[in-house]
Design a protein. Structure first.
Ligand code: NAD
Length: 299
């Protein structure tokens, strides 16, 4: 199937990144969110990304002017003409099941429904529709415009044409792919969740401060980012949902470390709330509890 129109659901960290990548690649793109504020912020961020891309010579100026990207607050209007819908709403299975049931009614029968879930069952989402063969996982990485992989998740009943179409769209987005048979957390989330949880366990045990744990993994193990830098980018709430699901499905070794649960309760969700494992001053990480000090020094 040839995809020309893409609808993205959820204009958060991932949805706006996916919408940007789709629009830049020339797809006619619609971005939907329940929150007008999220949509306005996404428009703003996407515009900045486009401008930066043009400045850096990575985005063609003519292509930037010809961008087809609409933001929409009504689900049915957002998806009616889409050939492919990519769902990037919060990591909550009830919410996603409800969305997939609505999508099934609101889209063309031949449209492919994809989810960007990091861990949940694509098969379960497919079962909420009457088109299970055309439901697939397309797991993007954060930040979408920089990360090169899309993990394509084949659910129990996903058909070969749907996998091929997802691979084809991924290529047009400039991404590499791996196809995985559905299992909790696929490849990347499963490994990453364990590393991130273990880092929190070390922090809880007082093994070393976060900056040193990050430094050790970057310089000693050649990770491009430390586990705390990464979780602040991903969102601690998102990571907590993932770990809760993986501990239910894969076992005790994924049980979320209490310190992470406490951070989430404190509203330390990462960069998106301005504080996570680190505090953020002008977008730059500083050790927790020193942000007000830095603000005083700046005066
Ligand atoms: P986010 O919290 O940044 O954004 C979620 C957005 O969905 C918000 O703007 C919210 O207003 C919107 N929303 C809430 N209810 C909705 C509904 N019913 N319909 C449409 N939109 C709705 O979350 P995120 O980090 O972008 O994560 C989105 C999905 O992508 C999750 O499934 C997550 O597991 C997955 N994911 C996240 C990352 C990451 O690094 N954050 C990476 C890969 C995959």
């Amino acid at each position: 199937m040839r995809v020309e129109r893409i609808a993205v659901l959820g204009a958060g960290i991932m949805g706006r990144g996916i919408a940007y990548a789709a629009a830049i690649a020339g797809f006619d793109t619609t971005l939907y969110d329940v929150s007008g504020e999220a949509l306005a912020r996404a428009e703003d961020e996407i515009r900045k990304l486009v401008d930066k891309g043009v400045e850096a010579g990575k985005v063609d100026a003519a292509a930037a002017r010809a961008l087809r990207l609409a933001t929409v607050r009504e689900l049915e209007a957002a998806v009616a003409k889409a050939d492919l819908v990519i769902e990037a709403a919060p990591e909550d299975i009830r919410l996603k099941l409800d969305l997939f049931a609505r999508l099934d009614r609101a889209t063309k029968p031949e449209a492919i429904l994809a989810t960007n879930t990091s861990s949940l069952s694509v098969t379960e989402m497919a079962a909420a529709t009457a088109r299970a063969p055309r439901v697939v996982g397309m797991h993007f990485f954060n930040p979408v415009h920089r990360m090169r992989l899309i993990e394509i998740v084949r659910a129990l009943e996903t058909d070969a044409d749907t996998v091929k179409t997802a691979e084809d769209v991924s290529r047009r987005l400039g991404k590499e792919t791996v196809v995985v048979n559905e299992s909790p957390g696929f490849i990347t989330t499963r490994v990453n969740a364990l590393i991130g949880n273990e880092a929190f366990r070390m922090l809880q045990e007082g093994v070393a401060p976060p900056e040193d744990i990050d430094k050790a993994l970057k310089l000693g193990l050649n990770h491009p980012m430390g586990p705390f830098e990464l979780v602040d980018l991903v969102g601690l709430d998102t990571r907590l949902s993932i770990l809760s699901f993986l501990s239910q499905t894969l076992g005790e070794r994924f049980r979320p470390v209490p310190l992470m649960v406490q951070y989430v309760k404190a509203g330390r969700l990462g960069r998106k709330t301005g504080k996570g494992v680190y505090d953020y001053v002008d977008g730059k990480p500083v050790p927790r509890g020193t942000a007000s000090l830095s603000a005083m020094e700046a005066r």
